[in-house]
Design a protein around this ligand. Structure first.
Ligand code: PHE
Length: 350
């Protein structure tokens, strides 16, 4: 009988060598330790054995079963690692001196990261919302607990239209409308609000390697019962590990925004200089990538949601910065330049 376990074991190890993807691995798992698998079948043969034999044979089969389980888990990790390596190796390295490829069109790098983030959040049950670039003062500031004359407005000077409306300075300007759109579902059906809203933002800003007057953000909010900072951290971590597919250093520090309490800055270690300091990260080695926090009660109230009953988090991911870090674009201004030399390098990455 011991020969039989050895036989099954060797056959399994040989088959495992030839497994090339996750589907094949699953097939092999079922073939060996599924209900009708070879290892499971071995146990059925115990009936014909003496008590003494049953004991040793049973033990041997169990050892084999554990080994098969372990080897399959190892292989799964291995396949995943290989897949990520392949994906990373295909990622285009941005090089400003490359000639333009004018034969084929290509997606803008910001479109690429935006789509990737949308997929990640959609898979976690978030809806993707669209919102206007021209908004009212109420939407951009007042509804976000930033009354007229509040000093926080200084950091978000923008372009005003003759009719008093303005070009939105942040995607947070859509928060109020999103709360109003979904509050009935939240209150009547108990369905938490889970939405992301990517969009172009504008600020009257002096430009340099890491600042532009036009940039993209992606806001995300989640409101429901008992939503806490740990939910926020979970979603941020998942998003970053999916986008970068490698370990990156992050830090969370307190940050002030009138529409969250408490508020945080989530920074990532600059991937352009490896954290040493360079013009892309204002020589600090860190990049403010995703300010976030727990939604301020006044902001929930303005959206028609009772802050005594519901809580939520909000984040404002810098999509432009994310694209810079992911693709190694050193100067933010290259992204808005419309230069085909820059943009045509992203043709192959969907
Ligand atoms: N809207 C803020 C900004 O652009 C970022 C932010 C969004 C902060 C959501 C906290 C929560 O600076």
């Amino acid at each position: 009988m011991a020969d039989k376990t050895t036989e099954v074991r060797l056959a399994f190890l040989a088959a495992l060598e030839n497994v090339a993807n996750a589907d094949e691995l699953e097939k092999l798992r079922v073939e060996y330790i599924g209900k009708k698998g070879y290892v499971t079948d071995l146990l059925k043969e115990m009936k014909s054995l003496s008590n003494e034999e049953k004991k040793t044979f049973g033990q041997a089969v169990n050892v084999l079963k554990n080994e098969v389980n372990e080897k399959i888990a190892e292989k799964r990790e291995d396949l995943k690692k290989k897949e990520i390596e392949l994906e990373n190796s295909r990622m285009p390295e941005f090089d400003i001196s490359m000639p333009a490829n004018l034969e084929r069109g290509s997606y803008h790098p910001i479109t690429l990261v935006q789509r990737q983030c949308e997929e990640i959040f959609k898979s976690m049950g978030f809806t993707v919302e669209d919102y206007s670039e021209v908004v009212t003062d109420y939407e951009c500031f007042e509804a976000l607990n930033i009354p007229k004359d509040h000093p926080a407005r200084d950091m978000q000077d923008t372009y005003y239209l003759d009719n008093g409306q303005l070009l939105k300075t942040h995607t947070s300007a859509a928060q109020n409308a999103i709360y109003k759109k979904y509050r009935d579902q939240l209150v009547n059906e108990g369905k938490p609000i889970k939405a992301i809203f990517p969009g172009r933002c504008f600020r009257n800003e002096a430009t340099d390697a890491c600042h532009e007057n036009t940039f993209f953000q992606m806001e995300g909010v989640m409101v429901g019962k008992n939503i806490s900072i740990s939910n926020l951290i979970f979603f941020m971590k998942t998003m970053l590990s999916e986008v970068f597919r490698k370990d990156i250093k992050v830090r969370l520090r307190p940050g002030f925004f009138p529409f969250v309490e408490p508020g945080f800055e989530l920074d990532i270690s600059c991937l352009i200089c490896g954290g040493e300091g360079c013009p892309s990260c204002k020589h600090s080695g860190w990049l403010e990538l995703c300010p976030c926090g727990m939604i301020h009660p006044e902001v929930l109230k303005a959206g028609g949601i009772d802050p005594e009953e519901y809580t939520g988090f909000a984040f404002g991911l810098g999509l432009t910065r994310l694209a810079m870090m992911k693709y190694g674009v050193k100067d933010i201004r290259d992204l808005n330049s419309g230069s085909l030399k820059t943009l045509s390098q992203f043709t192959d990455d969907k």
